[in-house]
Design a protein around this ligand. Structure first.
Ligand SMILES: Cc1ncc(COP(=O)(O)O)c(C=O)c1O
Length: 413
């Protein structure tokens, strides 16, 4: 029994699925104390897009520490922060023709969603917010009110209010038509929302992928009714879909963009809200915090942008997307007509929800782990296997991981 099992609280999660003690990691591999090598298709739930201990990024951080760089300064001006802001504006925001101010929040994704909620409510003077069924926006009370899992919501212990859930983009329901109906009917019983929070791909929700036309229509609807559109890029931003922002190809420019996970390039905690200048309405007293802006994360975040551009990382993701699609279609779908898949860039969901066996995906993931592949479950009833390797993965590693998945499915079905 590990010290964790003895003393750590019951909220332990991933260590129950992957019950090994890990010691070292490099790019797409993790190693135990016994030097067992695991291929990582879990990728820190999207926090390690540049891989574990990416040499270029870690060198910058290590040099910074060795040179007595500032590690903590609340939100004071530092060269580290100013350099990151400039790099982000010059390389990410301006080339896309966007205009966003940058708000640094507490270190995790949920903190940034809390901030976006406050901004939306203060700016519009409205309380209600629309979120989508299957959404995951975080575990603190405001973000949790936008998260649809009933199990997660029960953990709140209080009523989670002021959110209206609407079905996500799907073929058999006109969710945007339904939102319009609500907004046009003064007897809908639903208050006009301050904002609509959307993930372009619901990562925790089972890799549900919204199509670009739907996203564009959603953005138009928000404009028409003066509702703020907030795009939660925490899991699928930072190049995951083959473009820096996952919404870029839809041709939309949300009022706010929520980022975290891979933004620091290093696994160090950091979060960020990008917001249109005209809605920058919170005062410093309304959203303070000791850890708003992690200096080491800023160093990593600047290095990550250089790394991605230098290595044309987002183009590589588009090539890998074709490879993964081809592999799944040729080698996994033929195993059973009940298997479905969805995905974009380097996030794919292999969906087993048509099977009666509700433990099937759990068993497949455990079989993968036995074969030294770390892979996560997601979606309703944990019925989707989430393929999410680091973007820096080599083709032979990608193939090896997919082969393990294929064999594990064949053994378990
Ligand atoms: C889309 C999305 N938003 C928000 C969060 C919450 O981020 P954090 O766990 O860092 O609070 C997550 C976490 O998985 C996420 O996937």
């Amino acid at each position: 029994m590990t010290e964790s099992e003895k003393y750590e609280s019951n909220i332990r999660n991933y260590c129950r699925y992957f019950p090994k003690v890990f010691t070292k990691s490099k790019l797409c591999k993790m190693y135990t104390g016994e030097n067992e090598e695991y291929l990582d298709f879990f990728c820190g739930a999207g926090a390690l897009n540049y891989g574990h201990n990416n040499d270029y990024i870690m060198e910058q951080i290590v040099d910074y520490i060795k040179n007595d760089g500032i590690t903590h300064a609340l939100d004071m001006y530092t060269t580290t922060k100013c350099d990151f802001i400039k790099k982000f504006q010059d390389n990410i925001i301006k080339p896309r023709g966007y205009e966003y101010k940058m708000m640094f929040c507490g270190p995790t994704g949920t903190n940034a969603n809390e901030a976006a909620l406050k901004i939306a409510r203060k700016h519009t003077g409205r309380k209600n917010v629309i979120a989508f069924m299957g959404a995951f926006h975080g575990m603190t009370l405001g973000s949790l009110s936008l998260t649809s899992s009933l199990t997660a919501r029960r953990g709140a212990g209080v009523q989670l209010e002021n959110t209206t859930f609407i079905p996500y983009c799907r073929n058999d329901f006109d969710s945007l038509g339904y939102i319009r109906m609500i907004l046009n009917d003064d007897h809908s019983g639903i208050e006009k929302p301050a904002a609509i929070f959307v993930e372009t791909i619901q990562g925790e929700g089972g890799v549900q992928v919204a199509d670009f036309r739907w996203l564009k229509e959603l953005a138009e609807l928000c404009k028409e009714y003066q509702i703020l559109l907030v795009c939660d890029e925490v899991q699928v931003g930072c190049g995951r879909t083959g473009t820096f922002f996952s919404f870029e190809s839809a041709g939309i420019e949300p009022d706010m963009v929520v980022m975290s996970k891979s933004i620091s390039g290093s696994g160090l905690p950091m979060s960020l809200v990008l917001l249109k200048p005209e809605i920058d309405c919170l005062t410093s007293e309304e959203h303070s915090g000791t850890f708003r802006g992690n200096q080491l994360a800023f160093v990593g975040a600047s290095a990550a942008i250089d790394y991605a551009i230098e290595h044309k990382l987002w183009d590589k993701v588009k090539d890998d997307e074709q490879y993964v699609k081809g592999y799944i279609e040729e080698n996994i779908l033929p195993i059973s007509p009940k298997i479905q898949y969805r995905g974009r860039g380097l996030i794919f969901g292999i969906d087993f929800s048509d099977f009666d066996d509700k433990r099937l995906v759990f068993r497949i993931s455990q079989e993968c782990f036995k074969r030294r592949l770390i892979i996560e479950l997601s979606g309703r009833d944990d019925s989707v296997l989430k393929v999410m390797p680091a973007l820096v993965i080599h083709r032979d590693e990608l193939m090896a991981g997919l082969e393990i998945i294929r064999k594990a499915i064949q053994v378990c079905i």
